[in-house]
Design a protein around this ligand. Structure first.
Ligand SMILES: Nc1nc2c(c(=O)[nH]1)N[C@H]1C(S)=C(S)[C@@H](COP(=O)(O)OP(=O)(O)OC[C@H]3O[C@@H](n4cnc5c(N)ncnc54)[C@H](O)[C@@H]3O)O[C@H]1N2
Ligand code: MOO
Length: 393
């Protein structure tokens, strides 16, 4: 069985950005990653702008200036100032070439058509120079930038409406298990409500992955094989839930083998999520996630999310980790590394009771996972522990 670190490096070494690129309207591009550098088609700002409401002046020795006119934001006329002259100006208005400073109105005494400036003004004060953010032809944003509201706003401010981005993967979720019925149906003995598919779907949607299909199969080799064959051919990523352990009715491993899915790892020395499978067939990435719900979701955060981000062009992705002081004692049994459901606040972390991988009720209130490595057996109150902050907001 391999360690968590080995599994993570196998993952990083075997996943690449999808080589499908699409043009996206900037307004629909949030969370996508630029597949090429974006060059600015204009100077930004495109003209010299006033940064404040006040007076544009042509500096001279005296503190008194004659006001010869006004330029509002959006005005196109150019006024010519001689030394000792000023114009009324507003934030965002074009600054005449002949002005060399803006003095804010709070620093000025107005007397009819003259102003008296009450402090020393620096050359260039309160003027936003042409191209000071970015110059025409320069790189505005680099390939690999993940588009945020600020980057969308910035590119649109340059007049750009469309960008080339990496496509996001198509994802199939396949849930296995005869015991599973849909919420809303009558619960009968031996059955449970199927929750992994919608848990994974909402987790995917939270990170902007929307091309998702859900499929359900019984614990039967042929139906498992046929469904996996179909979805592996049609998707960039397949997430199988359940049926990957060693029971007589766990058919996922056999089906993946018969389908020639290359196994990159199977079984990681971790709790929860020991029987995690990661493999590839042609360009399709396959994860078989353990059916236990908390194991499935932990593997999603730690492995699947990283793979998806890399596939979508975001090469630097990692979950936020902090060192926090534990307010709980925890002793582990066995030698597996553990991801412990926890609540983190202001540098302090509480490890929750009920860490069982079949239970979601503590996961439902946690906002962090405390990582307890293989070679460490216990956590004591006040110990500093590695805490992975779950991206929930
Ligand atoms: N003899 C051994 N048995 C098991 C081992 C082992 O090493 N030797 N490993 C255990 C571990 S650890 C895990 S984790 C589970 C993983 O089993 P599977 O991936 O085959 O999952 P299933 O058996 O199908 O289901 C496990 C559990 O989760 C429930 N489940 C499954 N799918 C869903 C779903 N979509 N929604 C809600 N709940 C689901 C299922 O009913 C089971 O209770 O294997 C251990 N066994
Ligand atoms: O690996 Mo399992 O998730 O411990 O129950």
């Amino acid at each position: 069985m391999i360690s968590v670190n080995t599994a993570l490096s196998l993952l990083n070494n075997n996943i690449d950005s999808l080589n499908t690129i699409e043009s996206k309207q900037l307004v629909h591009s949030l969370g996508h990653v630029l597949s090429e550098d974006v060059f600015s088609p204009i100077n930004m700002p495109p003209f010299s702008q006033s940064a404040m409401d006040g007076y544009a002046i042509n500096l001279h020795e005296s503190k008194v200036y004659n006001v010869i006119g006004e330029v509002k934001a959006g005005d196109q006329h150019q006024l010519k100032l001689k030394e000792g002259e000023a114009i009324r100006i507003f934030t965002g208005s074009p600054v005449p070439e002949s002005a060399n400073a803006i003095v804010i109105q709070e620093k000025v005494m107005v007397n009819n058509k003259t102003i008296k400036i009450e402090e020393v003004i620096d050359l260039g004060a309160n003027i936003r120079n042409i191209g000071e953010q970015v110059k025409n032809g320069d790189i505005a944003l680099k390939k690999g930038t993940k588009l945020s509201p600020a980057s969308v706003g910035f590119l649109i401010s340059l007049g750009i409406t469309e960008v080339k981005v990496y496509c996001k993967p198509n994802i199939a979720i396949v849930v296995t298990g005869n015991e599973l019925i849909d919420a809303g149906q009558q619960l009968t003995h031996g059955k449970i409500y199927e929750s992994n598919s919608n848990m994974l779907k909402t987790a995917l949607e939270k990170f902007g992955y929307s091309k998702i299909t859900i499929h359900k199969v019984d614990d039967n080799f042929n139906t498992t094989y046929n469904k996996l064959n179909e979805v592996i051919n049609k998707n960039d990523m397949v997430l199988v839930s359940g049926g990957i352990s060693v029971g007589d009715y766990d058919f996922v491993g056999d089906a993946l083998q018969k389908l020639d899915v290359e196994q990159l790892f199977y079984k990681v020395n971790q709790k929860p999520g020991k029987p995690l499978f990661f493999g590839k067939k042609d360009k399709t990435t396959v994860f078989a996630l353990p059916g236990n719900p908390a194991a499935s979701l932990t593997c999603f955060y730690i492995y699947v999310l990283t793979a998806l981000q890399i596939m979508s062009g975001h090469l630097e992705f990692s979950l936020n980790k902090v060192e926090a002081f534990s307010v709980s004692n925890f002793k582990k049994t066995g030698d597996r590394a553990q991801f412990l459901k926890a609540i983190y606040k202001n540098g302090i972390v509480e490890i929750l009771e009920s860490q069982n991988s079949s239970m979601l009720h503590t996961f439902a209130i946690s906002n962090a996972l405390v990582y307890l490595p293989e070679d460490q057996n216990e956590i004591k109150i006040k110990d500093k522990v590695e805490t992975i902050l779950l991206p929930l907001n």
